[in-house]
Design a protein around this ligand. Structure first.
Ligand code: GDG
Length: 483
């Protein structure tokens, strides 16, 4: 019987080494939740990096880690500190991430990074090859592992291989600047099914395949020697019920049961009932447009001064890749911007921006979503953006307004949100005003459509649709359709 193997850079469990020993705690992220239906019942294996380098693992603990991971159906790829520096912080996050998010000027084309990326991708491929039989189904995730499909296909031509990219695939004009563009495309084409969040990313990929490799492409099929590779879009959803139920539960809590953050937010609402709370939640990443959003907020307050003391922007910026230089610079820029604007505009009763630079527990994330009248998400580029979907899912009474950048993949499915161009301050100032003054009936009407769609196309459906399409594709492996 064939088995399913899932591969991602990080495993869906967190390892913690303490004096008391070792524990493996399942992660609660979107991918881990979405893959539950695929990765359950002991029939599948998830291969990835544990988050600990060889140097971090004390002598003799490697086998203990292996057995802890095995309990969660996981197996680790061993990486050294040099591997992680070159492959993850280097090529993945200083070359591919900026390039695929259209930050060409941040992209570093370093041969050392590329060499490390190749050798670490080979480590992941080897880990798969150790486990995979000829008829197995293999699902590889994301931009850190784009060479793995070909490395596995060469050795297991009959295995069914799927690849899903969680970030945008850029237009040909951007992609072709990459010195190793052909190798990356050939790496991806080792898969039998290649999935993207949106039709546009799919279209960009096919255009690069046609123009850089000169391959035949018909609709969404790529013809390569004796193989047909299918390319398709699968917009990722969220675990709608989890967010909706958590929001219901949190609003039912009374008095001391409420979290400290919720108590503060309640107090704030009581003392200033007319003040609207605007929330934004992102990893601290230049692709998310946080600095521009703060500038746009200042622009809004200058254009519509009547809203001073009547709105507050809450920014939750989650620390991310903080040893990559661009992220350090961005952190400083945001610190300074928030400091300057709060310094210039605050009154004794009002601070325009509340800024948190940390990650919050899930319950507090829900508190922020449910207490905010408006979510304002302004990525300059974003593969999907799940925060937009989560905000809508937590609006149990269907009120609340979502302002969302057109540059996020999620904007394609969320037409009832107020869509903006994050570079257009004039439009954003007017849209903020529209959101603040939007009648409740209109908010409810918009969110009703959005919630129905999110409920229907949740993350489990996303994973199942990809798997079903992959299995169908697998049935055709080896049968070349001549054109
Ligand atoms: C990549 C792509 C694509 C955030 N802060 C906290 C917290 N979060 C959770 C959110 C959400 C997730 O992190 C962020 O997901 P996004 O989709 O918004 O963004 P990326 O991290 O950039 O993800 C993106 C995604 O992959 C999936 O394909 O949508 O485009 O860039 O789920 O809830 N969770 C907790 N505390 C926090 O402080 N617990």
């Amino acid at each position: 019987m064939s088995k399913t193997i899932i591969i991602s850079n990080r495993l869906p469990v967190q390892l913690q080494i303490s004096d008391g020993g070792l524990s493996a705690i399942p992660s609660v992220g979107g991918l881990a939740t979405g893959m539950k239906s695929v990765h359950s019942g002991g029939e599948s294996l998830w291969i990835g990096w544990s988050g600990l380098t060889d140097e971090d693992i004390p002598d003799g603990l490697s086998e203990t880690i292996d057995s802890a991971l095995k309990e969660h159906g996981c197996s680790k790829v061993r990486l050294t500190k040099d591997d992680v520096d070159g492959f993850y912080f280097g090529f993945s996050n200083r070359t591919i991430w900026p390039l695929f998010h259209y930050f060409l000027e941040y992209s570093e084309f370093e041969l050392d990074f590329w060499d490390s990326y190749k050798s670490v991708n080979q480590k992941f491929a080897d880990a798969i090859l150790e486990e995979a039989g000829d008829d197995d189904i293999i699902w590889i995730h994301d931009y850190q592992l784009m060479l793995v499909p070909q490395m596995v296909k060469e050795k297991r031509p009959n295995a069914t291989i799927g690849f899903f990219l969680h970030i945008p695939f850029p237009s040909y004009e951007i992609f072709r600047t990459l010195p190793w563009r052909e190798e990356v495309l050939e790496g991806l084409l080792g898969a039998d099914l290649i999935g993207f969040h949106t039709y546009d990313y799919e279209r960009h990929f096919l255009s690069s395949v046609r123009r850089l490799l000169g391959l035949d492409v018909s609709f969404n099929d790529v013809y390569l020697e004796n193989r047909v590779i299918k390319v398709d879009s699968f917009p990722m959803g969220i675990d709608y019920d989890k967010f909706h139920k958590a929001a219901k539960k949190s609003s039912a809590l009374k008095g001391k049961q409420r979290s400290d953050l919720q108590i503060k937010l309640d107090e704030h609402k009581k003392s200033a009932p007319d003040t609207k709370l605007i929330v934004s939640i992102d990893r601290l990443d230049y692709s998310k447009g946080i600095a521009k959003r703060i500038n746009a907020f200042e622009y809004f307050l200058n254009k519509y001064p009547e809203y001073k003391e009547k709105v507050r922007l809450i920014i939750l910026a989650v620390p991310s890749r903080s040893n990559v230089p661009q992220y350090k610079l961005l952190k400083r820029e945001i610190d300074e911007l928030v400091g300057r604007i709060n310094g210039e505009l605050s009154t004794v009763n009002w601070t325009p921006i509340w800024y948190f630079y940390r990650s919050l527990p899930f319950e507090n994330l829900i508190d922020l979503y449910t207490s905010s009248d408006i979510a304002w998400l302004t990525p300059l580029r974003d593969g999907m953006n799940l925060v937009a979907k989560e905000y809508v899912a937590t609006r149990t009474d269907k009120t609340g307004v979502l302002i969302l950048s057109e540059m996020a993949g999620s904007a394609y499915e969320m037409n009832e949100a107020l869509l903006i161009n994050p570079n257009n301050f004039e439009q954003q100032a007017d849209t903020l005003k529209q959101a603040i003054t939007m009648p409740k009936e209109e908010q409810i009407a918009r969110n009703m459509f959005l919630q129905n769609r999110l409920k229907r196309y949740n993350v489990e459906v996303w994973a199942n649709e990809f798997m079903n399409s992959l299995k169908t594709q697998g049935q055709d492996i080896g049968t070349y359709v001549s054109q």
